[in-house]
Write a protein that binds this ligand. Sequence first.
Ligand code: G6P
Ligand code: FE2
Length: 192
Amino acid sequence: MPEFHTPPIMPMAIRFDHEQLTLAPAGPTLTRRMSDLEGLFRDEAARAAAAAGENPVVYTVTSSPVPEANRELPQSITTIMPGTTSGEFWMTKGHQHPDHQGEIYLAITGRGGILMFDGEQTSWLEMLPGTIGYIPPGWAHRSVNTGTEPYAFLAVYPGGAGHDYDWVVEHGMGKRAFRGPDGSALLRPFAE
Ligand SMILES: O=P(O)(O)OC[C@H]1O[C@H](O)[C@H](O)[C@@H](O)[C@@H]1O
Ligand SMILES: [Fe+2]
């Protein structure tokens, strides 16, 4: 059998803690605060003011030890806090896979959505606990918390796909998700 790592990755069981929203054994984790999201919300001035003030945590990503390497299938739990910035729901940065490969998300808790953009079309998937969202190759993707509790999902993705954040800065995401009058998500044109 070919070996891709030193030491090789061995079969493993990964435990998901539904209360803590953690994986064990654990791999890398990251925390993204408002200061990490420059230029991504419609109201950049409001984002900058929040970053200069309390600088809240917007989301965390905790991974298993499976590496982001070709042919591996790493997993992560992303937890997005509830909130809005000038009415726009809190969200992940969003990225395109430089190597166009698909990805799946499984919603675990809370309420959210996946905004996808292929450069021409926008797609929006409602994500409730138990929903599996499929992201086809070539669709940039951003997750959004549309509820009032933390929204968490499991992602399983090809380890060699990579993360291109500049693509989203260059092309946008087609639409943005705002809190509508009744509290539910209202999609508006990206630049409106
Ligand atoms: O990378 P972001 O756009 O900030 O999204 C946060 C994370 O969401 C999911 O968990 C993906 O599988 C991760 O690869 C990604 O890093
Ligand atoms: Fe991805």
